[in-house]
Design a protein around this ligand. Structure first.
Ligand code: NAP
Length: 309
């Protein structure tokens, strides 16, 4: 019987692991398909306290992982939870086909990239359509080519700025006439001489499915005018959707799938706590996820202590 199982290995999950490991609870961390979570797909993290010069996202997550392991956390890589049964007093998870029983669970399953929902987008994914500039931006197919980024938040600005290192030019397509991004990111983007804004426009099609590679994107502006922008790649950065499908019908969540904590980091199921992007659609920062992971760990620890009394 496990004392603590943590689902997810982003900032929230690994911080919960550090705290529960230091409380001698030997947490089991199930990393899921993306060890380290979404932060491993960013380049430099400039706003995590303690790193005055910024830190590479993957490096930050590796440090957190080693910190958790140092105190006894067990990290199970690639492990996915196939099913849950929270109906009894012991919480049951099916992990890679095996049943795991545990007294507490911290759900820190994070969020995934939102898709535009176009048929051509799906057909050309990994053939020029991507959701991660840091992962794919340096690929030879994108070098010295015009590239298109879609979105208007911090992610889109970050991706567009990052891609200027490789691209001949970056078009940033946004559906409104102002960026949602933070002031500093927006200013950096708007003043970059390699970035051209395409305002009030949405991508309607990615070409060319016939050629099985990206050759351009068709965009339509709010006046109904259409044009094609020739490009070798489309980088989609339009936000995220919480990874909570597994818990639907069992854990309380809102219509968008964000888990709704009952009090602090507690969920509606006793012994199950939540932290990070899977329950946060307001702040969604590395440091707030870490804070929630810490709080969830402390609550799990107190809950376990109350069982012994
Ligand atoms: P976001 O802030 O939710 O922005 C998503 C953007 O995509 C919005 O501009 C939105 O348009 C647009 N969008 C959404 N659905 C769309 C669709 N179907 N078609 C076209 N455009 C669509 O998401 P984010 O940029 O990923 O940022 C998420 C959180 O992470 C934020 O809190 C952000 O501050 C944080 N973050 C921080 C950093 C950093 O500090 N270095 C870096 C990345 C992310 P509208 O504006 O019209 O809604």
């Amino acid at each position: 019987m496990e004392k603590v199982v943590i689902i997810g290995s982003g900032c929230a999950g690994l911080t919960a692991a550090i705290y529960t490991a230091r409380a001698n609870l030997e947490p089991l961390v199930l990393t899921g398909a993306m060890p380290g979570g979404l932060l491993t797909t960013t380049s430099i993290v400039e706003n995590f306290p303690g790193f005055a010069k910024g830190i590479d996202g993957t490096e930050l997550m590796m440090e957190m992982q080693h910190q958790a392991e140092r105190f006894g956390a067990r990290i199970q890589f690639g492990s996915a939870v196939d099913a849950i049964d929270f109906s009894g007093s012991q919480l049951k998870l099916t992990v890679d086909g095996n049943e795991v029983e545990t007294q507490t669970v911290v759900i820190a399953s994070g969020a995934g990239h939102r898709h535009l929902g176009l048929e051509s987008e799906a057909k050309l994914e990994k053939k020029g359509v991507t959701y991660c500039a840091t992962c794919d931006g340096a690929l030879p197919m994108f070098r010295d080519q015009p590239l298109v980024v879609v979105g208007g938040g911090d992610s889109a600005c970050e991706e567009a700025t990052y891609l200027t290192r490789f691209a001949s030019k970056v078009y940033l397509v946004h559906r409104r006439d102002e960026l949602r991004a933070s002031k500093i990111m927006a200013e950096r983007t708007l003043s970059h001489d390699k970035i051209e804004m395409v305002w009030n426009s949405e991508v309607t099609e990615v070409t060319d499915v016939e050629q099985d590679k990206v050759t351009g994107v068709k965009v339509r502006n709010t006046s109904g005018d259409e044009r094609t922008i020739d490009c070798a790649g489309l980088f989609i950065a339009i936000g995220h959707v919480p990874n909570t499908q597994l818990f639907q019908g069992v854990i309380d969540m809102d219509d968008a799938g964000y888990i709704l904590p009952k009090r602090g980091q507690e969920t509606n199921v006793t012994g199950v706590f939540v932290a990070g992007d899977c329950s946060d659609k307001v702040y969604r920062q590395a440091v707030t996820a870490a804070g929630q992971g810490c709080a969830a760990a402390i609550e799990a620890e107190r809950y376990l202590a109350s069982l012994d009394q």
